[in-house]
Ligand binder design. Sequence first.
Ligand code: FAD
Length: 386
Amino acid sequence: MDLTFTPEQQTFRRELQEWFTEHGPKGRLDSPYSEPGYSQHLEWEHALHEAGWAAPSWPSEVGGQGVDAWAELIYDEEYARFRLPERLNKMGLIHGGPTVMAHGTEQQKSEWLPGILTCEDIWCQGFSEPGAGSDLAAVRTTGRIKGDAMIVDGQKIWTSQGIIATTMFALVRTDPESRGHRGLTFVIIDLRSPGVEIRPLGQLHGNPGFAEVFFSGVEVPVANVIGEVGDGWHVASTSLALERGTARGSHTRMEQALVDLARDTAATGASGASVRRLGELAAWVAAYEQAAYASTHEIATGRGKDYASVIKMLGTQILTAVHEENLEVLGADAEVMADHGPNAEMYGMRRNYWHGRGAEIYAGSNEIQRNIIAERQLGLPKEPRG
Ligand SMILES: Cc1cc2nc3c(=O)[nH]c(=O)nc-3n(C[C@H](O)[C@H](O)[C@H](O)COP(=O)(O)OP(=O)(O)OC[C@H]3O[C@@H](n4cnc5c(N)ncnc54)[C@H](O)[C@@H]3O)c2cc1C
């Protein structure tokens, strides 16, 4: 793996830096879950889209620039380095849209993809259900096919961005006789349809946006099925690998968190133990950066080794450890909430820490990632199941 960036890649990086410097929002935006915040985020998304920076790795036919995995990494690094706003439609951009690209028909691609880039449609993921989180194959929400429609009944839970989403990609059970991975279907549901109820769910760190979503007799066109009816597990696997798979600038965010930790460690008259810990964490961040680059190399060369679970598990674990150490170093000061405007909920170190705890669970918990690494990638004996 050659880690020297080519002159073209360096030019791409400089172009991005210039554009972000000139056009990036000058201060922190309000929460996207407030009316003014939503408009500010939308304005930023439109600026990105008009300049061709909404999703540079997407093919040009659908509004991207078709850049390769290394250019995508550069984009993500610079986006993180400039501390630009979290993407409003991240689930559509990162996994929903690319899953449609991988398994959808031409008609589906032209119907669904442009609305993701313009944020006309905000996508969310509807996999988890009460009683079916890690065990995704226990999905009970049903999709009954009736002519050209699928009638959906059931409940999804832990839906990130559920309160602003218009569109959900969901797994539903279309064969009532089936069990486990068989008989599931991956379908796109318009959340503005009659029979959909979205209820907000609170989170420990105070950020809004989370929801549970109820379906009663919701009519969805069968044309919204991605892949084959009954083959949803296969389609969902693509989406899950994309969700976990790439670092998306998390190594850059970790480096920033490490610099903040170093600053706080110095400012609080660091003990020998906290300096030692800072060194250990710096080594972990460097190791993670190597894993992010190795993963990019694998994707750029046609995906040999699958780093998705390693990236997901290490990324969330290290970032949480850095925040945890920062809580320790700051002591009571970590509880101070920075005031970032009337609609911001709760920022500062404590919020980062709680967010990290959630990150160890979402996209498949880290315990499950360890099982995948051990059983599927290292070929260790399977966990005994009852
Ligand atoms: C912040 C956040 C955002 C989320 N966003 C979304 C979203 O947008 N869409 C969506 O569909 N879901 C979302 N989720 C749900 C998430 O994917 C599930 O919470 C996760 O898959 C775990 O499922 P569960 O909560 O039912 O826990 P359970 O499956 O009940 O697991 C409980 C504990 O047991 C462990 N465990 C379970 N089985 C095993 C095993 N075989 N071996 C070892 N340990 C095991 C788990 O790792 C976990 O620690 C989100 C969750 C969080 C916290």
